[in-house]
Design a protein around this ligand. Sequence first.
Ligand code: ADP
Ligand code: MG
Ligand code: MG
Length: 254
Amino acid sequence: MSTLEITDLHVTVETEDGAKEILRGVTLTIESGQTHAIMGPNGSGKSTLAYSIAGHPKYTVTSGSVTLDGEDVLAMSVDERARAGLFLAMQYPVEVPGVTVSNFLRTAKTAVSGEAPKLRTWVKDVKGAMGDLRMDAAFADRNVNEGFSGGEKKRHEILQMELLEPKMAILDETDSGLDVDALRVVSEGVNRAKDRTGAGVLLITHYTRILRYVQPDFVHVFVDGRIAEQGGPELAERLEAEGYDRFQPSAVEA
Ligand code: ADP
Ligand code: MG
Ligand code: MG
C-alpha cells in the first residue's frame, strides 16, 4: 500500500511580470488502487499541479508538502521521484533525437528498478504491451517523440506506464486529441496497468468522456488553483450536464 499526500500546496510560476501564484492551497490524498479524477476549466492550474509533483524547474513550491509514503517528494530530484515510484507522463515531452523507443524504455526501466531487465523477458513484455495497445512493432525502432502523432504520444505514455509499473501515475490530459477508438485502447491500457500493479492514478482531464472507460473513485473539481468541490463519479456526470460555470471563481467566492 502506498499513499501520495499533497497538503496545502502553493505554487508560483515565473512570468514576464514576476512570480504569479497558480496553486493556492491544494490538498489531496491518493492511495494505491484508487483513481482520482481532477477536472476543471482551462487555465485552472491542473497541469501546474502535475508539473509541480514532477519537479519541473519552472514551478516553485512556496508552501505545503508532497509526500509518498511519508518521504518528502519535493526534496527529491526528478530521477529520485521516478525511482520512488512516481510516474509522470509529461516528464519526457520532448523529442529525444537518436534514441529509439525500445532503448528509451529499457533505460527508463533500468533507472527506475535499479537493474537492467533481462533481455528475453523484456523484449516479450514490450511486444506484449505494444500489442495490447494496438501499436505497430516498428514503433519500437522509431526515435522518441520524433514525428509522433497525438495518438502515438499518448500510447507511448501508457506503454511507459505499463512497463515501468509505478506506484502512482499522474496522467495529464491523456485523453486529449484521441478519437473514440484510440481513447478506448488507451483507457484499457490504464486499467490493465492499474489491475496488474495496484497503482494509484491521478487522472487530469477537461472532459468527462475518458471517465466512462477509466472509472474514477473520486472526482475533484479544480477552479482557480484550488479544489472547489469533491465527490464520487456522479460529480463527473453533473459536470457533463452543467459545465463548469457554477464553479467559476466569482460563483465560488460569492
Ligand atoms: P490547466 O492545465 O488547468 O489548463 P495550467 O496549469 O496549464 O492550467 O495553467 C494555469 C495558469 O498558469 C494559466 O493562467 C497559465 O497561463 C499559467 N501558467 C502555467 N504555466 C505557466 C508558465 N510556464 N508561464 C506562465 N504562465 C503559466
Ligand atoms: Mg490548459
Ligand atoms: Mg493542462
